[in-house]
Design a protein around this ligand. Structure first.
Ligand SMILES: [Zn+2]
Length: 387
């Protein structure tokens, strides 16, 4: 009934999954003496425990898992290297079978392979490495450390998708320049939907394998940059409606900074736990670059107009939400103070996700107020309109 056995029993069959499952596992199970000895030594402490689904048999070319204790487990250490290798190979088949059928169980942090070790304050409830997309997607409906991360952004994604469709199908009569305004809002919705989709997909397939997790983590980080870039577009469009020159300059600047953030996030080290603070800093910096156009707006229009017509209050609330989310994420609060108590719910990453969805919605609310105001006063720009 040992969870570690469940995890590591997958360490020695087909060469590809083997190397992914646990560092130090030998992929060569062909019976070569050196590797087999090393393998037995490496896996010994983890393999001695019995497993619930103990023997994997082939019946008419169909794989089935049988329940019941295995005799082989008890004598594992006394086996010849060749038998050990054979035994370990059977365990791998058993592991794949269990993963395929969704019969895996959560494991503690300390037995995770290095590439799955992200937050050492989450002590238990982790998914084992599961080199099957089907198993990863089925795990969406199971309870583990990533359940909250997946659902917060999956539901957020569905919400923004519905909101986006609703907004795009609003009658043209509600806009001053329907096509332009729908493109501008469309870019915001695109950024939000891509960010949230990449995020829930990343958290779903994160445990697949090291290479898959690396690809999706890069998409996840790129999505955050896209959300920030997309958020700037409608805000700059309406705030500088009568003064397109600074609007274009700020748009170009945010695009350049956003692309730079995407390029930085393609660096392999960027996703590692040591760079957690750097990651939070890069995206916070990208978002906070909005301070310059905000100050420009306040100095040109005056604080009163900025606070009322300019919707600066909503912008500030959005900034507070993003900053709080990023700070919790970087400092790993609250799990740092309660290690092992926030493994499944309310850990920093989950809270960060909620703050991102809330921040994006607050931003949408602010820019739709700007849109309504523009509609109310019409598209014309008088001499008095500095912006
Ligand atoms: Zn995330």
């Amino acid at each position: 009934m040992n969870e570690t056995a469940d995890l590591v029993s997958g360490c020695s069959s087909t060469p590809e999954p083997v190397t992914r499952l646990r560092k130090g596992c030998q992929s060569d199970v062909s019976g070569k003496g050196h590797n087999d000895n090393h393998q037995g030594e490496d896996l010994g402490p983890l393999l001695v425990a019995s497993v619930p689904c103990s023997h994997f048999k082939k019946k008419s070319e169909e794989h089935e898992c049988n329940n019941g204790p295995s005799q082989e487990d008890e004598g594992f250490m006394g086996m010849s290297p060749l038998l050990q290798a054979h035994h370990a190979m059977e365990r791998m088949e058993e592991f794949v079978c269990k993963v395929w059928e969704g019969r895996w169980r959560v494991i503690p942090h300390d037995v995770l392979p290095d590439w799955l070790k992200d937050n050492d304050f989450l002590l238990h409830g982790h998914r084992p490495p599961m080199p099957s997309f089907r198993a990863c997607f089925k795990s969406i409906f199971r309870i583990h450390t990533e359940t909250g991360n997946i659902w917060t952004h999956l539901l957020g994604c569905v919400f923004f998708l519905c909101l986006g469709i609703f907004y795009m199908f609003r009658p043209n009569i509600s806009f001053v320049a329907p096509l332009q305004e729908k493109v501008v809002f469309g870019l915001f919705f695109l950024g939000a939907i891509l960010c949230l989709s990449f995020s829930w997909l990343f958290h779903t397939v994160y445990c697949h394998s090291e290479s898959v997790s690396r690809i999706f983590s890069k998409l996840d980080y790129s999505g955050i940059a896209l959300l920030i870039m997309g958020s700037f577009v409608p805000w700059l469009y309406y705030s500088f409606y009568c003064n397109p020159q600074p609007c274009f300059i700020y748009l170009i600047v945010i695009c350049v900074l956003g692309i730079a953030a995407i390029i930085v996030s393609q660096w392999d080290m960027f996703a590692t736990p040591q760079y957690r603070g750097v990651r939070a800093g890069v995206f916070l910096g990208l978002g906070l670059s909005g301070i310059i156009p905000t100050l420009h707006y306040i100095f040109s229009e005056g604080f009163l107009k900025a606070a009322t017509i300019g919707q600066i209050g909503w912008l500030l609330l959005m900034a507070c939400l993003y900053i709080t989310g990023a700070a919790l994420y970087a400092a790993r609060i609250p799990e740092r103070f309660f290690p092992g108590k926030c493994d499944i719910w309310f850990h920093s990453h989950q809270l960060f996700h909620i703050f991102v969805v809330a921040g994006a919605f607050v931003h949408f609310h602010g820019v739709s107020n700007l849109q309504e105001f523009r509609f109310m006063i019409g598209g014309g720009c008088s001499e008095e309109d500095a912006l």
